[in-house]
Design a protein around this ligand. Structure first.
Ligand code: SF4
Ligand code: FES
Length: 230
């Protein structure tokens, strides 16, 4: 098989694979948020950036080329990721100690992996809503990072398009497709793939708050050397 390198580690790949796909197959972790192996790459969060020939590239959209040399972990790349993560933290309302997803949140764990302990920029405290209209699920829009995983899951797997992103730039927000924008009046069901895809604490099941005790949560038990988030 042809090979390439990530941080001096030789990795085999299949033609057509992206850097992140080949890395995953080899057990090499590249931090990411909007990538999920079940879906076509989205390329929006840019947390998976790596350096190739001196340029920053997103590992989820860049095809591997034989003998390519990829820098995944060094101070410069991690610093770049931290700046992106910092913006996500200050643009939302992420109150980790009181969030049910704490310990199982991909944003939190990627920040920890990259060394971001607390943002240096001021928080924006945007005015975001909570939708508790549905009997089985709660939507807390304060934590949405606009990764569009729920949008893709609902559209491509559930064939419902319950979720969509409305607006652009700082005005972009997650919306629910129903007459009044409430989840209860949408086609959403708890068996939907979209119900379990959110990497942060937006789409949460009701009646089971803080079910998994500290020490047993997803990122409490994951082996940091063999981690994959999904
Ligand atoms: Fe991503 Fe969750 Fe926001 Fe959907 S609700 S866009 S899955 S962060
Ligand atoms: Fe590659 Fe989001 S994971 S851009």
């Amino acid at each position: 098989m042809p090979f390439f390198k990530i941080d001096d580690q030789q990795i085999e790949f299949s033609p057509g694979q992206t850097v992140i796909q080949a890395a995953r197959d080899a057990g090499v972790y590249i931090p990411h948020l909007c990538f999920h192996p079940d879906f076509k790459a989205h390329g929006s969060c840019r947390v998976c950036i790596v350096r190739i020939k001196g340029l920053y590239r997103t590992a989820c959209t860049t095809p591997v080329v034989e003998s390519m040399e990829v820098i995944n972990i060094n101070d410069e790349v991690q610093q770049h990721r931290m700046q992106l993560l910092e913006m996500l933290f200050i643009e939302g309302n992420h109150v980790c100690p009181s969030c049910e997803k704490s310990g199982s949140c991909t944003l939190q764990s990627v920040a920890e992996f990259c060394g971001l302990l607390s943002p240096s920029l001021p928080f924006k405290y945007p005015d975001k809503k909570i939708d508790a209209s549905h009997a089985d699920y709660l939507l807390d829009f304060n934590r949405c990072i606009l990764c569009e995983l729920c949008v893709r899951a609902s559209r491509n797997i559930d064939l419902k398009s319950v979720f969509a992103i409305s607006g652009r730039g700082l005005d972009a927000k997650l919306v629910v497709n129903s007459d009044d924008g409430k989840l209860v009046n949408s086609a959403f069901e708890k068996s939907d793939r979209a119900a379990s895809i959110c990497p942060v604490g937006v789409i949460l099941p009701k009646q089971q708050g803080f079910k998994t005790p500290i020490g047993h949560r997803k990122f409490d038990v994951i082996d940091i050397d063999k981690r994959q988030d999904d």
